[in-house]
Design a protein around this ligand. Structure first.
Ligand code: BEZ
Ligand code: FE
Length: 287
């Protein structure tokens, strides 16, 4: 293995992995080297450009800690997260809900809240009533499904970004025997993904905006079913067709319907106008 050049170095590197006992790892590394080398042959970076690329990745790593994951943001903004999602959760069954990106603001084990309660602790905004059912592929209701929800406030901030002492606009519900869930919240707004790191710089110098359309996140977990990680987007949002992380699917867009003051679906009377979002989720049996 000497005198390597642009034509034979790829095979030489792949050959070095030939002793790898883990067949899956060997396949992944062979493909990575093949495609990475092909990319470089196509782009022909100058040494200065390559140094810039290493510097970008270094800064991306340096931006990460237990609260901030800049590499996931890079994956999101390059469409990689949604490609991995598409490769793993392809479904053509209209009875199964589509998934989308998890995002960085999920916190495990949120406060458990009773059906129909409000989760807008310590925040103000236009009231939003969210309700729906969870069913299986046959449309039969699923009871005892654990649903974690999380969302931004009406200014576009998650509780973890505001460093509140306790959770807000995130909670865990359990479906009743008819598969129903319901809660009161506030209407979320579109918001920019974090732009104070190298990913924000990449968006800026490439002329891309950092916004995500308004949405509520859901994670549904039920024994014997695939966990569903998804979001429901607001139908009138200006960013639906330019989501910074490519996460919008038609089946996940709904009317956050503006309702006049008066009796709400759960029997309460509201003195102000509010919004009403209805969304039913279909879960797929685990294979
Ligand atoms: C979110 O929806 O919370 C999100 C997703 C990807 C990147 C940043 C934020
Ligand atoms: Fe979000």
């Amino acid at each position: 293995m000497r005198n390597l050049n642009a034509d034979n170095i790829t095979d030489a590197v792949i050959n070095e992995f030939s002793g790898c006992q883990d067949e899956r790892l060997k396949t992944i590394l062979n493909s990575l080297v093949t495609h990475l080398h092909a990319f470089l042959r196509e782009v022909k970076p100058s040494e200065e450009e390559w140094t810039q690329a290493i510097d970008f990745l270094t800064r991306t790593g340096q931006m990460c800690d237990d609260k901030r994951q800049e590499f996931i943001l890079l994956s999101d903004t390059l469409g990689v997260t949604m490609l991995v999602d598409a490769l793993n959760h392809q479904t053509s069954d209209p009875m199964v809900s589509e998934s989308t990106v998890l995002g960085p603001f999920y916190v495990a084990d949120p406060p458990q809240v009773a059906q129909g309660e409000a989760i807008d602790w310590g925040v103000e905004g236009e009231p939003l009533y969210v309700e729906g059912r969870v069913h299986n592929e046959l449309g039969e209701p699923l009871a005892n499904v654990v649903i974690d929800v999380w969302q931004s406030d009406s200014e576009g901030f998650y509780d973890v970004q505001k460093e509140l002492d306790s959770a807000s606009l995130r909670a865990r519900f359990t479906t009743d025997d008819q598969g129903r869930y319901a809660f009161w919240s506030v209407t979320p707004s579109p918001y920019p993904i974090p732009t104070d790191g190298p990913v924000g710089k990449m968006l800026e110098i490439t002329g891309r905006h950092p916004y995500r359309p308004a949405h509520v996140h859901f994670m549904l977990m039920a024994k014997g079913y695939e966990t569903l990680v998804t979001q429901v987007f607001a139908e009138d949002d200006p960013y639906l067709d330019s989501d910074a992380v490519f996460g919008v699917k038609d089946s996940l867009v709904r009317d956050y319907r503006l309702m006049p003051p008066g009796p709400a679906p759960d029997g309460r009377t509201l003195e102000s106008s509010y919004r009403h979002l209805k969304y039913d989720f279909g879960l797929k049996k685990a294979s």
